[in-house]
Structures are given as structure tokens and as C-alpha cells.
Ligand binder design. Structure first.
Ligand SMILES: [Fe+2]
Ligand SMILES: [Fe+2]
Length: 183
């Protein structure tokens, strides 16, 4: 990709007219997925996720957007509740602390067990959710956490979350910390 093209893409992301997910060249602003989550993307708690590094090479905002998008795609393909999968996917890691050093700060807690509950609590303060959405957020770390998911969409996110983590680590990321999240 030429430098000029990169600069153009960066400008569009800054202005919120072009929003990407890792591993796709689509402008997701122009997909049917986008209206399902645009209110959440514009909210302050979700915007604030852009301040946190996640999976080493991206931000938590980008990771949550990636999970929301791929969750939506997989659930739509499987004729599941794709709208709930998208919204809960966006909120599944809605916590506002640095992951690194968590066990030092909270020796009695495991981050892998703690953060789904923290995300669920933050999500419930932000928006009203259905039972499926709550289950998706709460169980997204299964089988590390228990009990097992109640809904098929909650199983989907356990795979999508790991798939996105792999993509985020392996694929070159744009200059993510210089971009402002979508507004
Ligand atoms: Fe998580
Ligand atoms: Fe995640």
C-alpha cells in the first residue's frame, strides 16, 4: 500500500467516515452491521476503550469492534441472533483498567475470571440488554470460567474472541494509537 493511500485511510478513520475491522478491507460504516452497534460505538465508555492497549498490538476498542463484527458474521451465517451477538460482542471486554499487572494489583483475583463480570456490570450500566446478550458477555471466557453458556451465540464468541486475538497479533495494525476511535 502506498504512503498516500495509508494517509487517506488514516484520515477517514480519524473523521469517522471509514471504520475498519482487523482482517477486512471493508468500510463497515456501509454495512448492515454498523447501525446495530453505532449507538454503542459512540458512547463514552466504549470510546474510552481506545485508551487501552489490548493483545499487545491493538486497542481494546479495536478488539471489541473486531469481535462484534465477526460475531455478527458467524451468527448470521448460522442463522442465530446476529444482532445480539454484535451488541454483546462489542461490550464483552468493557472494562477500564490495564490488563498487565492485574494479578499484582489484585492477587486474590484472576483477570480471566474477573473481567467478564466487570464488563457485564459496565454494560448493564450503559444499556439495557436481553438475557442472550448478558450470557454472551458473562460466558465469553468459557471453558476457563464456569458455568457453561446457555445460548449458541455464547459458544460462538468463545471461538471468535480467540480468532480475533490471533488476527490482531499476526496482522500488521495501522497506527492505532494515533487514531481516534469512531465518533
Ligand atoms: Fe475477554
Ligand atoms: Fe476479548
Amino acid at each position: 500500500m502506498t504512503t498516500r493511500k495509508k494517509e487517506e485511510i488514516s484520515r477517514r478513520i480519524r473523521e469517522g467516515t471509514w471504520v475498519h475491522v482487523t482482517g477486512s478491507r471493508k468500510n463497515i460504516c456501509q454495512t448492515e452491521f454498523f447501525p446495530l452497534v453505532s449507538d454503542l460505538l459512540a458512547s463514552e465508555p466504549v470510546q474510552a476503550l481506545g485508551e487501552y492497549r489490548h493483545h499487545i498490538r491493538t486497542t481494546r476498542y479495536q478488539h471489541c469492534l473486531n469481535v462484534a463484527y465477526y460475531n455478527y458474521r458467524v451468527c448470521r451465517l448460522l442463522r442465530l441472533d446476529a444482532a445480539s451477538a454484535a451488541r454483546a460482542g462489542l461490550l464483552h471486554d468493557l472494562y477500564h483498567y490495564e490488563t498487565s499487572g492485574f494479578s499484582r494489583r489484585q492477587p486474590s483475583l484472576k483477570h480471566s475470571h474477573y473481567h467478564p463480570m466487570a464488563a457485564l456490570e459496565a454494560a448493564e450500566k450503559l444499556v439495557s440488554m436481553n438475557e442472550r446478550e448478558r450470557d454472551i458477555i458473562e460466558k465469553h471466557m468459557w471453558p476457563v470460567t464456569h458455568p457453561r453458556p446457555k445460548f449458541a451465540e455464547s459458544y460462538v464468541i468463545t471461538f471468535v474472541d480467540k480468532y480475533c486475538a490471533m488476527l490482531e497479533f499476526l496482522l500488521p495494525q495501522p497506527d492505532i494509537f494515533r487514531q481516534r476511535p469512531h465518533r
